[in-house]
Design a protein around this ligand. Structure first.
Ligand SMILES: [Mn+2]
Length: 438
């Protein structure tokens, strides 16, 4: 059994206080260390978790597992862990501090150095404080750091990317191949699943950030309801949504905004957003922002004219009932496929099962489709989406309704609140609609 994620640290006086960032990440690493020890069954093992490479002008985002364990967003960094019966070693390697580069790209968390008195300088101290990791070096020291543990270790866990294109060997695979050639006794395993299992249950700090991302995404939906009108282009809705995200303090979108109207309501991942909408269309708006790396993901389907047609409303009602059934099914001990079954049953009862051809839920967190196994029962602290849909292409009629849901000890809590009741949507759209003037 997993221990519940700790939210507070006991103080000396027996009181409770919110943990510092360093403590929060140290706690996650303790659980990771236990997972590595379990997986290695007592044999000496190492884990190498890389942040990923900086690719020049493209915006860098760190490997989610690396960020989860360290809180570091710098490229070219490594969290190194060696466990053996004798001792554990943890080292954080960061990019060397490079003031010349920082003139172009700004400050990043970097390794710093030592003062003349041989003490860690301010940059190194800052890195240690934010991560809770006292041993810090530069990424160039990787060979030196690995030398001794490599003699002892029998098993190596690496965060190999899951989705690297076939045939393409990235730097992590390259390192693995090199180590395998020079140390043939080593056995290599993927660290991703171990970190994913930890990431599945969110701690209170993570939930707080997700609630912020969700509140901002709800606001963006309300902004759509104030502006949606025939003649508006899908990309204008997208612009409005992304303006709301940024102006409300989100750093970015969590995924490309999907604004699909008319025939595009039936394209699940449509993100071209080029069509001009007309009276009579539905528009599926599947949007989400990111707050401090944590994601929201909320879908609503609106009638562009302000009123659902009788047929649109009947399909919408079924999708909403299907979502309610799935929400009622979501609880600790239940599998994601059971939540899906509850949604499908309602669709099937209305003859819409053939038009619902995707899963009902995915995990949500540091990634919009977050890590975690679907074979493990839901438990308190897990966040999933519940998003049934019906897509009748011959009628250009697609409906999806998606909310973000926290599993609680009692069942499930809907965390997102943008209007989804059809009457409420029509009422909101009956107000005079604003025009965005630039
Ligand atoms: Mn989703």
């Amino acid at each position: 059994m997993r221990r519940p994620a700790a939210s507070r640290t006991r103080t000396g006086k027996g009181g409770l206080r919110t943990p510092s960032p360093g403590e929060r990440f140290a706690l996650r690493r303790e659980r990771f260390k236990e997972a590595i020890r379990d997986a290695a069954s007592g044999r000496p093992a190492m884990a190498l978790i890389f942040s990923g490479e900086d690719r020049g002008l493209r915006t860098f985002s760190p490997d989610a597992g690396f960020y989860y364990l360290t809180g570091v967003q710098s490229p070219d960094s490594l969290y190194f862990l060696a466990v053996s019966p004798a001792r554990d070693t943890e080292v954080l390697l960061l990019p060397a501090t490079d003031p010349t580069k920082e003139r172009w790209t700004g400050k990043v968390l970097s390794a710093g150095s030592f003062t003349e008195a041989c003490e860690p300088d301010a940059r190194r101290q800052e890195a240690a404080r934010l991560t809770g990791l006292p041993l810090i070096g530069t990424f160039q020291q990787i060979e030196e750091i690995l030398a001794r543990p490599l003699h002892e270790a029998e098993i190596v866990f690496l965060n190999l990317p899951d989705d690297s294109p076939p045939g393409q060997v990235g730097p992590v695979q390259h390192l693995a191949q090199r180590l395998a050639a020079s140390h043939p006794h080593l056995r290599f395993y993927h660290a991703g699943k171990l970190v994913a299992a930890l990431r599945r249950v969110k701690d209170p700090g993570e939930l707080a950030l997700m609630r912020e991302a969700m509140a901002i995404t709800d606001h963006a939906h309300e902004a759509i309801l104030r502006h949606l009108r025939p003649g508006m282009a899908e990309y204008q809705v997208q612009a409005l949504v992304e303006y709301a995200f940024t102006s409300l303090g989100a750093q970015s979108t969590a995924f490309p905004s999907i604004v699909g109207s008319g025939p595009n309501t039936c394209a699940l991942h449509y993100d071209k957003n080029r069509r001009v909408m007309s009276r009579g269309d539905l528009v599926v708006c599947d949007i989400g922002c990111r707050k401090d790396l944590y994601c929201a993901d909320v879908t609503r389907t609106y009638p562009v004219s302000g009123r659902f047609t009788r047929r649109q409303r009947s399909v919408y009602d079924v999708v909403l009932r299907s979502q309610e059934a799935a929400l009622a099914a979501a609880a600790p001990g239940v599998l994601i496929k059971d939540v899906h079954r509850a949604a499908v049953e309602v669709m099937a009862g209305a003859g819409l099962a053939p038009y619902f051809f995707h899963g009902t839920s995915h995990y949500l967190g540091l990634e919009p489709h977050d890590a975690g196994s679907n074979e493990v029962p839901l438990e308190p602290g897990v966040v999933i989406t519940i998003e049934p849909g019906a897509y009748i292409a011959s009628e250009e009629l697609g409906v999806r309704v998606e909310d973000d849901v926290l599993i609680t000890p009692q069942g499930a809590e809907r965390m997102t609140h943008a209007p989804r009741d059809p009457g409420e949507i029509e009422k909101a759209l009956a107000r005079p609609r604003r025009t965005v003037i630039l």
